[in-house]
Design a protein around this ligand. Structure first.
Ligand code: NAD
Ligand code: 0WE
Length: 254
């Protein structure tokens, strides 16, 4: 019961394949009290069904592009709980046309959207969570190797993930004195909604299986285990880091 007595918000569950759902299930199993957000009413319906499996968590609407919705979300948490111990950020989006072909053709608007949703949202949510984390806390976000390598088709998402990982370091530096830790988990390719329909995703996964030292796909459960570690007191000495859960893929040179 690593998370017993801890309360936290998970942002980024869309369906049962979401990495955030794997994290949510582990957190619930370790005794955490949970609130989950949904991006829109369509995804809210999924979440009501999933929520039943883990003892009906709080469900809160939240589109991270809306400052108003962010304020309302944390007002509700303040009213109901008064205090927050952890935050899981598992949100990314770039317009589909930006994730194909060359990075050099990225438009100003697609660049803005990718950075707003995939990077700035972590800073905005952390800022709003701060007043509720008066007794310290732990925050994680999900990243991908495209933040530091030029991975074909990942394009502007890679640039946004680089910004996200830099934010992790600046937030960790700001909030360390308040006993709030901020880290990223960099996962290998996993077949989720965000991965479906991406040109060549299957090829990407096969390449990962063939090259990673562990010679297999990354699964959401192992990403969730590392996430719970960072969110729990087991991770108490770690902040500002990017932890790779990728079967060792990123150490290889070929
Ligand atoms: P997913 O589609 O299940 O999750 C993405 C989530 O982002 C969804 O819940 C969606 O509702 C949410 N989202 C998008 N725009 C939003 C907005 N404006 N407001 C609120 N929520 C919004 O896919 P996933 O693969 O579980 O992605 C979760 C995180 O993991 C992302 O940050 C992704 O970059 C990261 N990641 C994924 C992989 C992979 O291969 N699947 C690998 C490494 C990192
Ligand atoms: O972060 C991601 C994907 C995030 C994502 C996915 C979509 C698909 C639908 C962001 N925006 C959108 N927009 C859409 O319209 N990953 C780490 C998974 C991923 O995406 C890739 C990958 C991998 C891995 C794209 C190209 C190459 C590899």
């Amino acid at each position: 019961m690593l998370m017993k007595g801890k309360r936290g918000l998970v942002v980024g569950v869309a369906n049962k394949w979401s990495i955030a759902w794997a994290i949510t299930q582990k957190l619930a199993a370790e005794g955490a009290e949970l609130a989950l957000t949904y991006q829109n009413e369509r995804l809210g319906k999924n979440l009501r069904e999933l929520g039943a499996e883990i003892g009906d968590p709080m469900l809160i609407p939240l589109d991270v592009t809306s400052d108003k919705q962010i304020v309302m979300c944390f007002e509700l948490l303040k009213r109901v709980w008064g205090n927050l111990d952890f935050l899981v950020h598992a949100v990314a989006f770039a317009p589909r046309e930006a994730l194909d072909g060359e990075y050099v053709t990225t438009t100003r608007e697609d660049f803005r959207i990718a950075h707003d949703i995939s990077s700035y949202s972590l800073t905005a949510l952390t800022h709003s969570a701060l007043p509720l984390m008066s007794e310290g806390g732990s925050i994680i976000t999900l990243s991908y190797l495209g933040a530091e390598r030029a991975i074909p088709n990942y394009n502007v998402m890679g640039v946004a993930k680089a910004s996200l990982e830099a934010s992790v370091r600046y937030l960790a530096a700001d909030l360390g004195p308040k006993a709030i830790r901020v880290n990223a988990v960099s996962a290998g390719p996993i077949k989720t909604l965000a991965a479906s329909g991406i040109a060549g995703f299957g090829t990407k996964q096969r390449h990962h299986r063939n090259r990673a030292p562990l010679r297999r796909d990354t699964d959401a459960e192992e990403v969730a285990d590392a996430s719970v570690f960072l969110l729990s007191s087991m991770g108490r000495g770690i902040t500002g880091q990017v932890l790779y859960v990728d079967g060792g893929y990123c150490i290889m040179g070929d």
